[in-house]
Design a protein around this ligand. Sequence first.
Ligand SMILES: [Zn+2]
Ligand SMILES: [Zn+2]
Length: 208
Amino acid sequence: MKIKIVYDNTAYRDDMKADWGFSAYIEDFKLLFDTGARGDILLSNMEKMSIDANDIKEIFISHGHWDHTGGLGELLNQNNELPIYVPFSYKPKAKNVVSIKEATKIHDNIFSTGELAGIEQSMVILDGKKAIVMVGCSHPGVRRILEEARKFGEPYALIGGLHGFNEYEVLEPLEMIVPTHCTQHKKEIKELYPEKYMEGGAGRIIEI
Ligand SMILES: [Zn+2]
Ligand SMILES: [Zn+2]
């Protein structure tokens, strides 16, 4: 599984632009998870990582906050047929919107936790028995998200924004933690789990 972080508050590579927001491209499924805050930055960062926007087959939006949905318009301008999986509370103006309320299988090996706490869904990618959990801001709380994700498989990796999360023991069973975007306690997570921790940032390629 190859996951490319294309939009993040920090840049992993010098040529990539850092900006507040988050987006990652799941290459194996040609699926874009969230779209960052600005379409121009999203597209130019994608280009630098050799991702052709025309190759994107589907978009998963974690929640309706601007720093996750800002690039959506630009992508739909290029292809307004793209299926967009959104949590129930977010209603984008688009042709092919799939609104998700309950935990759902989207298609083979891609699942949604369903909308949690009335705001956000997380995505679970199954790679064999490994469940990779992708999060936007973790507004419903990491503990809750991992509990819901466990319905589909034992969480192996957690990738995305963790906000003010500090119940560090919840991360113990994971093999890989990539805290990005709004995560406030990266330093503590890195100190507690140095062998599981991976630095995020725009330009980072995660291979699992
Ligand atoms: Zn955010
Ligand atoms: Zn948010």
